[in-house]
Design a binder for this molecule. Structure first.
Ligand SMILES: [Zn+2]
Length: 340
């Protein structure tokens, strides 16, 4: 089959389109012909070099496609079925996994990070990861769902305990997790404030349901949040940006508010004033992907059309390099999808 592989870490030029042997599914696995693989910032981190990535390596976390064949232990699925893959690797037999806490499994990794991903034509995946999709969802949109919607759902529902009527600040409306986060917060009838960098993205954020959009280049986020909330601040901040917004995010919280973070797009190191955190009784929570139970829960709302994946544009798989360059310019609103 054809695949995008990296043999060394570096810029977009290390992505090679090449022929490799087809994967052979184990008896408990399903072989899926990939029709679409959506990109995430993780693809860029993996390409630049992350611990645990063994070379050569196939990146790509978000896969949708058709079942080709199944191992003899697999039941309940059939060849030709349209599916997406849960974008995670876990052992499925440790105490955490059997308790439904797959993202706390010692073997847990995101598909395409410590295990090979979906920038290729065929992938063998454990049956537990294979989830049928309705005909109403095309492959490009199906591939745009799993990682970001699961991440946003786990952050807001699993970690921050979102409740109807709260006020939520979602950083970066145009990012995958921002698009999902705005919709999940609106799903809970929350008032949503988000940030965007230009008029086009501001208009798109409003279309998604954001009640207020702050231009983070022209306005100071915490000052705008103060104005919008009549000096109250927000209950929850959904963070994934890191140092560029961290202090503004903390300052936007009301007393006893919660900052939940899943990313470090602008860097890994931040600081905060302990006195500010304890005196205002703030909670700072980490969040990483989510559980299989949460994935099935959020997919139910995607399949019913209440939560909507957004596709920005597609590239043929062999043009993965151009797709990476496009993503690194951050001009997109929605997912970039690679098509084998
Ligand atoms: Zn496990």
């Amino acid at each position: 089959m054809k695949a995008i592989r990296i043999h060394e870490f570096g810029g977009p030029e290390v992505l090679r389109y090449e022929d490799i042997s087809d994967p052979q599914p184990r008896k408990d696995q399903v072989l899926v012909r990939i029709k679409a693989c959506a990109m995430n910032h993780l693809d860029i981190w993996v390409r630049k070099g992350l611990p645990g990535v063994k070379l050569p390596h196939i990146p790509g976390s978000d896969v949708a496609g058709e079942i080709v064949e199944m191992g003899e232990y697999v039941t309940g699925l059939k060849a030709g079925q349209r599916v997406l893959l849960a974008p995670m690797h876990f052992c499925n037999h440790c105490a955490k996994c059997v308790a439904g806490l797959q993202n706390q499994c010692p073997e847990f990794s995101v598909l395409g990070n410590a295990v090979e991903g979906g920038n290729c034509e065929l992938i063998a995946a454990p049956a537990v990861n294979v989830i049928p999709i309705p005909d109403s969802l095309d492959f490009n949109h199906a591939a745009s769902v799993p990682l970001v919607f699961l991440t946003a759902w786990h952050m807001l529902v699993g970690r921050a305990g979102i409740r109807p009527g709260q006020t939520v600040l979602v950083l970066g409306a145009n990012s995958g997790v921002g698009i999902a986060g705005i919709q999940v917060a609106k799903f809970f009838n929350c008032e949503v404030i988000t940030t965007a960098g230009d008029d086009h993205k501001i208009a798109k954020a409003r279309e998604l349901g954001a009640d207020h959009v702050i231009n983070h280049y022209k306005q100071k986020i915490s000052e705008e949040v103060r104005k919008i909330t009549s000096k109250q601040g927000v209950d929850i901040v959904l963070e994934h940006v890191g140092p560029a917004t961290w202090e503004e995010s903390l300052r936007s919280l009301k007393p006893a508010g919660t900052l939940v973070t899943c990313g470090a797009t602008t860097g890994p190191q931040v600081g905060f004033d302990l006195r500010f955190v304890f005196s205002r009784q703030l909670s700072v929570l980490g969040s990483y992907m989510g559980t299989m139970g949460e994935l099935h829960e959020v997919l139910k709302h995607v399949f019913s059309g209440r939560l909507k994946p957004i596709v920005d544009r597609t590239f043929p798989l062999k043009e993965a390099r151009a797709a990476h360059e496009y993503m690194e310019k951050s001009q997109m609103f929605g997912k970039i999808v690679l098509i084998p």
